[in-house]
Design a protein around this ligand. Structure first.
Ligand code: FAD
Length: 530
C-alpha cells in the first residue's frame, strides 16, 4: 500500500519538473522510516531531482537537445529498475522511462521529458565484484564475459585482458556503455570482419517494458533477444550481456595510405575487406577510411598519426587536390610473429593504388590502439572543446551509390562550404556479418559504407553544420541514394517507417509485445514523438 502511495505521488508529480527531493522525503519520511520491512520503498531514497541530477540527465554529448525529467533513479540493484518499470506499466497513467548509459547520444535519445531517467552507471558500484566476469571452456577455445549493461567497454577490455582475452568487435571510442552500444549496433574498423558488437552477443538479461526480468538468447526468448539488439532501447533495459571473447594479441601494426582518386580508394578498401573470414590468417583486423580536407593540418581531433616531418608534404597534397582519401588499417600480432606480419602486410598491399611514398606506419600496443581516441578526448577536454554542441551525422550508404555520394556530398556540399573542422569517416562493411533478425537497420546490399560526419563545432556554428547535415540528407534523397541513418534521429512517424522500411511492422509488433504502454526510451521519438 505504501509503495503504491509513494509511486502514485511520483506519478502525480511527473510532468512537474521542479519537484524537489526534500518534498518527496518530507511527505513520506515517517511512513518510510516506520516501515523498513517494505523493502521496495528503498526506491524512494534512490530517486533524485536535485539540480545536479536533473542537469546531467537533461543533457548529452550532442549538447543540442535538453529535456527535463521529473526524476532520476540511481539504482543499486536490478530490482530497483524492475520495480520502477512495473509500477509505470501498471499505473493508469504510465510515465516514460529512459535508461541512460554515458549519455553519449547526440540528439537526446537517452532523455525522458517529464519521465524518469535511470542512471545505469549507478549500478556499477553495486555489483559486488560481479560487474564483469570472464568464463569459458579453454579446451574448446570458447570464452565469454558476462558484463552489466552499465559497464564501459574500456573496463570490459581491461578486465578481459587480465585473462589474456578480449572482445573482438569494438567502437572507436571505448568510454561508452555496453547497453548503449548494443542498443544501436557498435561499429568500428573491426566490423567488416567480426560484425558489429551486436553480432557478438550470446545472451542477455533484459527488463522489459512490463517490468519482467527475462534471460534471452538465440535459443531462449529469441524474439526479445533479436528485438533488443539494435533496438534503440525500445523493448527493454539490458542489465547483462554475454559477450564473445577471443585470445588477445599483444601488438598492432597500424598503417595509413593516401589516395587522390576516390574510385581507387574505394576499390582498394573493398578488395581489402573481401578477405574477412574470422579465422582467415592473412585478413586485416581493422579497416577504416577518412577524408583529409583541412589545409592547416592532416591530423584531426581524434588522433595524431602522421610524423610531424611529413605534415607539409601531406598538406601540399590536400591543397592540390582539395580532398585526400586515407585508408587506415590494422593488423594484430604477437611478438613471435613480427617478421611474418610485415610480410603478410606486404602481400596484402601489393597491387593497391595509393600515392607512392604516402604510406605511414606505427607499431603500438593492442590497448593503445584500441584506446586511441582517448588522447583526443583528453586534448579536447583540456581546451574546453569536449562539452560543446556535436551536430554529428552517421550514415550507411549502399556501395552502388558511393561514387555518387562522393560527387554530390563530399565535393559539391562539404568541400564547397569549406566545413573541414572535425573528422569525416568513410569505410565499407560486409552485410553478411550482420544478422537481419536484429532490429538494426542497414542498406540492402552486400557491401555498404559507413560515413561519419564527426564535426567539432563552436557554440555558434553548430547550426551551420546542422544545416549542412540536412542538405546532405535532402541531396541524397533527391539523387535517389537510399541512405540509412546510424544512431538515427527522425521527427515524424513517417520518417521512422521509411527508416525501418521492411522491418517496421516487426518493430511495431515487438513494441506491442514487450513495451505495450510505450514507456521505454522516449528520447528516440519513435512512439513518443509529440
Ligand atoms: P546513451 O547515450 O546513454 O543511450 C543511448 C540509447 O540507448 C538511449 O536510447 C538509451 O535509452 C538506450 N540505453 C542506454 N543504456 C541502455 C541499456 N542498458 N539497455 C537498453 N537501452 C539502453 N558508436 C559506434 O557504434 N562506434 C563508434 O566508434 C562510436 N564512437 C563514438 C565516439 C564518441 C566520442 C561518442 C560521443 C559516441 C560514439 N559512438 C560510437 C556512438 C555511441 O555508440 C552511441 O551514442 C551510444 O548510444 C552511446 O552509448 P551510451 O552508453 O552513452 O548510451
Amino acid at each position: 500500500m505504501l509503495l503504491f502511495l509513494f509511486l502514485s505521488f511520483l506519478v502525480s508529480t511527473l510532468g512537474k519538473p521542479k519537484l524537489s527531493t526534500n518534498c518527496l522525503s518530507s511527505k513520506f519520511q515517517n511512513p518510510v522510516h516506520q516501515n523498513r520491512k517494505l523493502q521496495n520503498l528503498d526506491i524512494i531514497s534512490k530517486l533524485r531531482d536535485d539540480h545536479d541530477a536533473i542537469e546531467l540527465a537533461s543533457s548529452d554529448y550532442g549538447n543540442m537537445v535538453h529535456e527535463i525529467p521529473a526524476s532520476i533513479l540511481y539504482p543499486t540493484s536490478i530490482n530497483d529498475i524492475e520495480t520502477l518499470i512495473k509500477f509505470a506499466h501498471n499505473n493508469s497513467a504510465p510515465f516514460t522511462i529512459a535508461a541512460r548509459g554515458q549519455g553519449h547520444s547526440v540528439r537526446g535519445q537517452a532523455m525522458a521529458r517529464n519521465g524518469v531517467v535511470v542512471n545505469m552507471r549507478s549500478l556499477k558500484n553495486h555489483r559486488n565484484g560481479f560487474g564483469i566476469t570472464v568464463s569459458g571452456t579453454p579446451s574448446m577455445g570458447f570464452f565469454y564475459a558476462d558484463v552489466g549493461g552499465e559497464q564501459l567497454w574500456i573496463d570490459v577490455l581491461n578486465a578481459t585482458l587480465e585473462h589474456g582475452l578480449a572482445p573482438v568487435s569494438f567502437t572507436d571510442y571505448l568510454y561508452l556503455t555496453v547497453g548503449g552500444t548494443l542498443s544501436n549496433a557498435g561499429i568500428s574498423g573491426q566490423t567488416f570482419r567480426y560484425g558489429p558488437q551486436i553480432s557478438n552477443v550470446y545472451e542477455m538479461d533484459v527488463i522489459t517494458g512490463e517490468g519482467d526480468f527475462v534471460t534471452c538468447s538465440p535459443e531462449k526468448n529469441r524474439k526479445l533477444f533479436y528485438a533488443v539488439l539494435g533496438g534503440l532501447g525500445q523493448f527493454g533495459i539490458i542489465v547483462r550481456a554475454r559477450i564473445a571473447l577471443e585470445p588477445a594479441p599483444k601488438r598492432v601494426k597500424w598503417v595509413r595510405m593516401l589516395y587522390n582518386d576516390f574510385s581507387a580508394f574505394t576499390k582498394d578498401q573493398e578488395s581489402l575487406i573481401s578477405l574477412n573470414g574470422r579465422k582467415q590468417k592473412n585478413a586485416l583486423n581493422y579497416l577504416e577510411g577518412l577524408l583529409l580536407m583541412d589545409k592547416g593540418t592532416p591530423e584531426n581531433w581524434r588522433s595524431t598519426f602522421f610524423p610531424l616531418s611529413d605534415h607539409s608534404r601531406i598538406i601540399s597534397l590536400v591543397t592540390k587536390y582539395g580532398i585526400i582519401y586515407c585508408i587506415e588499417v590494422a593488423k594484430y600480432y604477437d611478438d613471435h610473429i613480427l617478421n611474418s606480419v610485415d610480410k603478410e602486410l606486404q602481400v596484402l598491399f601489393e597491387g593497391l593504388s595509393f600515392i607512392p611514398g604516402f604510406t605511414f606506419e606505427k607499431d603500438v600496443s593492442y590497448i593503445d590502439f584500441l584506446n586511441r581516441v582517448q588522447s583526443g578526448e583528453q586534448k579536447l577536454q583540456s581546451q574546453g572543446l569536449w562539452d560543446i554542441p556535436h551536430p554529428w551525422l552517421n550514415l550507411f550508404v549502399p556501395k552502388s551509390h558511393i561514387s555518387d555520394f562522393n560527387s554530390i556530398v563530399f565535393k559539391d556540399i562539404v568541400l564547397k562550404r569549406n566545413i573541414t573542422t572535425g573528422l569525416v569517416l568513410v569505410y565499407p562493411m560486409n552485410r553478411n556479418k550482420w544478422d537481419d533478425r536484429m532490429s538494426a537497420v542497414i542498406p540492402d546490399e552486400d557491401v555498404f559504407y559507413t560515413i561519419g560526419f564527426l564535426h567539432v563545432s563552436g557554440f555558434n556554428d553548430w547550426e551551420t553544420i546542422d544545416l549542412q547535415n540536412r542538405d546532405i540528407l535532402q541531396s541524397c534523397y533527391n539523387a535517389g541514394i537510399e541512405v540509412k541513418q546510424y544512431l538515427p534521429n527522425y521527427k515524424t512517424m513517417e520518417d521512422w517507417k521509411n527508416h525501418f522500411s521492411m522491418k517496421w511492422r516487426t518493430f511495431q509488433e515487438r513494441k506491442a509485445q514487450f513495451d505495450p504502454k510505450m514507456i521505454l526510451s522516449p528520447g528516440q521519438r519513435i512512439f513518443n514523438n509529440n
